[in-house]
Design a binder for this molecule. Structure first.
Ligand SMILES: [Zn+2]
Length: 258
């Protein structure tokens, strides 16, 4: 059985003490590949360097909406140079975070750099990993109308089924993380039950969003099987089938990791 954690932050200081052991635990849990995402140009470079030293680790490069203030006129060029590496699987996570950002001017900056980075993904023919927190309308509007033709994943999907359908229509996937295992997972299990199985990816968002039995603790890629088990329950299939389906989905979207 082979899993892929399509979304983690291995360069986070939460792993300063035991990063190598964390990767070993992931491998023991069947997580054969991990995509680690940066959040600034500098951290994206660090993520790439780390991925180049370890087999099975790939990087995502970007300026995250929460660090939009670090964006400058050279950022897109620097990301372009990084993204040419065979170890960069995608551009991300990019997008909009209206939960943490209430200021309208700063939200405008988020939209601007989201569009610029989507254009970068398009130019390099790389998938985009999209972060959308309480910004469903604008996220969908940008993906459908402003930068068309980029494929990608809406990571830690928190929208409605109707939004998921719109995303599937434009070639997008949805990412499922620890919150699906929470008692208050709301409509997410229902949405996943109705979604095409070939459009769902597993991810941990480590060190955040630990699944139910580990809730409140630091998350890590080795926890992927908890999320897979919940998805197996929702889909009424075996965990082995979830592994097979989601791994082939991840390789289809993120071609460089295949
Ligand atoms: Zn993340």
């Amino acid at each position: 059985m082979e899993f892929i954690d399509t979304h983690a932050h291995l360069t986070d200081e939460a792993y300063n003490e035991d990063l190598i052991a964390t990767i070993e635990r992931a491998k023991s849990a069947g997580v054969a590949k991990i995509i680690t995402l940066g959040d600034t140009v500098e951290n994206s470079a660090a993520s790439l360097t780390f991925s180049q030293k370890h087999s099975g680790i790939f990087a995502g490069v970007c300026v995250h909406p929460e660090t939009a203030a670090t964006w400058d006129e050279d950022s897109v060029e620097k990301l372009y140079e990084l993204a040419k590496s065979e170890k960069v699987a995608g551009i991300g996570e990019i997008g909009l975070d209206y939960y943490w950002e209430k200021d309208e001017d700063k939200r405008e900056l988020q939209r601007k750099i989201f569009v610029e980075q989507l254009n970068l993904a398009k130019e390099l023919n790389l998938p985009a990993c999209v972060h959308d927190r309480e910004a469903h309308g604008d996220t969908l509007k940008i993906l459908k109308n402003e930068v068309k033709g980029v494929r990608g994943v809406c990571h830690c999907f928190s929208g409605s089924y109707e939004m998921a359908v719109e995303l599937f229509k434009i070639g997008f996937y949805i990412g499922v993380d620890g919150p699906v295992t929470f008692k208050n997972a709301a409509k997410l299990p229902e949405i996943l039950a109705k979604s095409p199985k070939d459009r769902v990816l597993l991810e941990t968002d480590s060190p955040y969003l630990s699944p139910a039995p580990m809730r409140g603790k630091r998350n890590e890629p080795a926890n992927i099987p908890y999320i897979a088990a919940k998805l197996a329950e929702i889909w009424s299939v075996s965990v082995e089938e979830v592994a097979e389906i989601t791994t082939s989905n991840a390789k289809r979207l993120y071609e460089k990791i295949a």
